[in-house]
Design a protein around this ligand. Structure first.
Ligand SMILES: [Zn+2]
Length: 291
């Protein structure tokens, strides 16, 4: 390896980096790859999802600062760098009919303008590989879908000197991936492994909803072996204390079952400017050899 490898992971909220691709990032960090998490919003409109912290007045009044601190801790646990794009959380609209999105939020920003902020980060960090969400956002949060949109624009524009000339020296990233860690084959395998051992699966409802919505199967092009880093992933997630119940469904599948049944994190190669053979087991396949 003659050139420094750099991986950029674009996420919507603080905590998304710890639930999507965290073990992959920790693995690459351990190999000397430079990893930068770009967080689009401050997560200001996230609810407090940890029942032990609900009703805490200090947290309610200082949610922005609290989530910043949580992110600092997760960043250190994962060993990554992190930058904020500075957009405001749109919140997850709930109700029927859905309420309008709040004024000034990320999802209402102009896509091309917002993408300029990401172009700036790409040109400054110069990643060969970028990860983001698919067109459904992985799950239908307006900020996740917006994250997808600006990533697509920025991936195409960052290397073009005619576009965003004020955003720094052009840099052409080589591969763009969608996080597909919550894929159906994995969920079904873990669900079955729990049942086979007479344990209660946390995935029953999830799989049922999946059937109902009839979501299309994604193409899993890339499987990253990273089970040595599952503990780091969980520690980083728990650092987002307002967002996760440490006794909840997230942590119900014993580590040894996860390792045995599903020791990889999955990605879908969305765009590539290098040749690569599918399936891959390395986000830098086709780049590492030519670096
Ligand atoms: Zn999110």
């Amino acid at each position: 390896m003659t050139d420094q490898l750099r991986l950029m992971a674009v996420h919507a909220h603080p905590d998304d980096e710890s639930s999507k691709g965290a073990a992959t990032m920790a693995k690459y960090v351990s190999e000397g790859v430079d990893v930068l998490v770009v967080t689009c919003t401050g997560g200001e409109r996230g609810s407090i999802l940890n029942p032990k912290l609900q009703g805490d007045k200090y947290i309610e009044e200082h949610i922005h600062e609290v989530r910043k601190k949580e992110m600092d801790e997760a960043r250190e646990i994962l060993g990554v760098k992190q930058e904020w794009l500075g957009f405001v959380d749109s919140g997850l609209p709930e109700g029927d009919p859905l309420p309008p999105l709040p004024e000034g939020c990320f999802a209402l920003e102009d896509v091309d303008k917002a993408a300029g902020e990401l172009v700036k980060q790409i040109r400054a960090f110069r990643p060969q590989v970028i990860t983001t969400y698919d067109e459904n956002g992985g799950y239908p949060h307006p900020d996740h879908i917006m994250t997808h949109k600006i990533s697509m624009v920025a991936f195409d524009a960052a290397g073009d000197p005619e576009r965003y000339p004020e955003a720094g020296e052009p840099w052409t990233p080589l591969k763009l991936y969608y996080n597909q860690g919550f894929n159906r084959p994995r969920t079904m395998a873990l669900h079955q492994a729990m049942l086979d051992r007479g344990l209660e699966s946390p995935y029953g409802e999830w799989l049922k909803r999946w059937e109902e919505f009839g979501q299309r199967e994604r193409t899993l092009t890339t499987h990253i072996p990273c089970d040595d880093f599952y503990e780091i992933r969980d520690k980083a997630l728990i650092a987002h204390a307002t967002q996760i119940d440490p006794d909840g469904g997230w942590f119900r599948v014993p580590m040894e079952i996860q390792r045995e049944v599903w020791p990889t994190e999955e990605y879908e190669l969305a765009k590539s400017r290098v040749d690569t053979a599918i399936p891959e087991d390395d986000l830098f396949a086709g780049i590492r050899d030519n670096a």
